[in-house]
Structures are given as structure tokens and as C-alpha cells.
Design a protein around this ligand. Sequence first.
Ligand code: SF4
Length: 490
Amino acid sequence: MAYQLDALGRARGCNACAKLRRTMGKTFDIGLEVLAAGRSARSELALGLSHGSTGRGTFFLETFGCQMNEHDSEKVAGVLLARGYRQVETPDAASVILYNTCSIREKAAQKVFSRLGEFREKQHEGKIIGVLGCVAQQEGEGIFKRAPWVSLVCGSASYRKLPELLTELENGNHRVTGLETDTDETFETEVTRRDHPWRAYLTIIEGCDKACSYCVVPYTRGPERSRSSEAILRDVRQVADAGYTEVQLLGQTVNSYADPMARRMRFSELLLAVADVAGIRRVRFTTSHPKDFTQDIVDAIDAEPRLCEHVHLPVQSGSNRVLKEMQRTYTRPQYLEKIGMIRASKRPIAITTDIIVGFPGETDADFEETLSLLDEVRYDGIFSFKYSPRPNTRALSMRDAISEEEKSRRLAVLQDRQREIQIANNKSQIGESFEVLVSGKSRREGQWSGYTSSHKVMNFTSQAPALLGTYVQVTATDATPNSLQGEHVA
Ligand code: SF4
């Protein structure tokens, strides 16, 4: 299937968001070029902006972490562009250098300080240096102590304050912070600079009210705040006008969406409303929390072909005992009920998941239960990780740590088992025809790639001259664990 089995250096801990990065990760093995040129300019022009706009200053924005982080950066860039800043490609060319990072990755803070060290000399050139995102939230004003050349520290829950923080900096203030997490506001931007050529990401819910014992997200991103259905649908219309046909709705627990407007649109109703916007052909959403996954979501997918045939439903463990320790709020049987609900749909919905191995106290028997869950569900893809402790989490103080060696062994066993399942799943689709949104072109003549509605990577041959960004029918002729191969049906 399209999904990479092992980490591509992605963040972990917030499994809800980490897998999103994977959707942007390397998926091709035939030297494909993703041709993004021109698309961003297209959307910015549609929004009344260009790189050559009014000239207040220039900014360089570097991003690490999950897709939520990537999309946050698109919105942060929008805030700066709307204020007349111009985006540049190097720190040297910038008057403002921003570094947006995820704290999920182990040793993330060290990496941030190491990178900030490289910017140390820039202060003498009068540049403003800022740290955004989860590391900013986690390290707070401590960043000023360790890197006094930094002027701005702002966590994601405070991005709505960015315009006023920028004003303070522009007025000569040398130290500004946005570190509050106790908020009921969401980050709304007039403008978003979109970096993905074919898919528009839209956050619909920020923060998380769950309390998984291994996860820092509730600490770094604050409580759940849903954006209004009106604002979301306005954004969808805007990206559709800019030429996007595929949107992906984002949230740490996207299906916990609670419309703050009087109409109280349910998540499934929102999905249908998004699909109904003129020009939209594909709607994706991630990540769903099993506890809030309900029949009406499956009914919506069944009823509306523009809702993609894919649900990402993180399970984390197949053992009831470990699930309880993780505070995942469901049992294995309850999770399997949700799987049964999806499998009973009229459309063939692909299911993917996240799994953590080596959680404190995970026994061989617990791990065997996770393996048996793989056999039972037969996922189309998994994102699997070794547990690693994170600051400000309950699991940090748990005993019975599993050795790194044993964690690695379990991860390898898990991935081998899943690889067998994926190759069998994918081979069973040989001969079937799929609609593919073409997103990549190989250097090799006549070789293309794209995604099916179920989010499988399809590498295919076609003699057509220009397919990028279009939808084509492709018949699968072969399969690997991570992709399908096929031929364009003219
Ligand atoms: S549900 Fe919330 S607390 Fe649990 S893993 Fe996802 S983001 Fe973290």
C-alpha cells in the first residue's frame, strides 16, 4: 500500500498527526519528480498575492514535523504574506527567520538548539529569529536563555496572536512570546500559502481533549477547539476557486469535530457539505479517534463518492491491558466493532492504523495480541513505532521499560507480518480499475504516479503527454507491499 511501514524520520508520540507527514513522504521508487512549480503561485494569485508583493521585509520559514505542522506553516506564511512580507528561499536572504518544529521526535529540543546555533550570527545582521510550534511551547522562555538571539517564541495554540506579536517586533520589541494553551480560539487566517500542489489541507479542529498517557499533544497544542463550519466551507470554496480538487480535513481527533455555530453541523454532515462544494472531487480526513467514530461517518462515505474510500483509525495496541495503560478510552472488542462497521460499508473502504510497540510493561503476550489484531483486521497500511518517553506525559513515570533491542525486535516482527498482509491485499486488486489523481512524473518516459481514492500509490505507464493534476483511470497489473503498478486506460 501507499503507506510506509517504517518511520521516514517522522515525528512520533502524536500518532494522530505523525502519519500525516507520511502522506507527503517518499512513496516512489522510480525517481519521480513532483512538479509543484506554478501551483503555489496559482493559489496565491487567486488570493490576491504574489511573491513580489508590497515589501515590508522578507521571511524564511523552516518546518519539521507532521502534516499538521506543515499546514500550520502554510497559515503562518499566509499571515506574513498578508502583512506585506515576501517569502524567500534562504535564511541569508531573510529579515525574519522562523523555525517551526515538532517536539514529538526524541531529542527534538537538542536539534532545535543546534539549528538555532547556526543562526546565532544572524542577529548581528539585524534579523529577527523566531521559534514556533511544539518545541516553542515545550521549552517556552527557556529558549531565550539558551539562545538569547531569539526574539519570538510562539506555540501553535497562540498562532492567532501572531499578527500582534509581529507588530511588537516591528515596533522594536526584542522578546515576544505566545505560550498560552488555555484558549477556546482557533487560528484563522485570511490567507494561506499552500505548498502542496494537488491537495489542500484544512485544519477543522485544533488541540486534543483526550489524554493518551504517551502523548504530548494535549500539553503542546491545548484543548480541542473546532472551527466554525462556516469558516471551513468558506476555505473550501476558496481552494476550489484556486483550482484544487482534493481537500484533506485535519485534526488530531478530526472526527471529534463540534461545530460552534448554532447549526451544530455533525462531522459527517460537514464531510458531505465539503464534498458538495463546486469543483471538489475528493475529500479526505485524518486522524479519526476510534471512540468518536460513528456509523453516520460510514453512511456518509457510502452515500457520497467524493468522500474517499479510506479511514485511518489508530489502534496503538491489540492488548486490552496496554490500551488501558495508554488511556486510549476503548477496548479491543470496542475497536473491532468500529472496524466491523467500516467493513460492512457498501464501498471498499481501506483501513490504516498506528501502532506503538514496547510501551512500558508490554509483555510478549500483549505483543502477540497486537499481532493477532493485524491478522484479524488485515489493515491496508500501518504506521508503526517504538515507544519512546516524552516530557510532560504520564507514561514518562511508568516502570517496566522495554529494552531498545526488544523494541526493535518487536517492531521488525510487526512490520514483517504487516508486509505479508499488504502484499496479499494489494495482489488481490490486480485487474481492478482505479481512478488516480496524478501527482508525480518519472524521469523515465511514460512513467507516472498518483493516488487512488483509497490512498494507495499507483505507479503506472501512459503515453499521454501531460497528466499531472488530472484524474485518470488505471488498471492494476502488479503489486508490491507499498504500491500498485498499472496501465493508463485511455
Ligand atoms: S488522541 Fe490526543 S492525546 Fe491521544 S494520541 Fe491523539 S493527539 Fe495524542
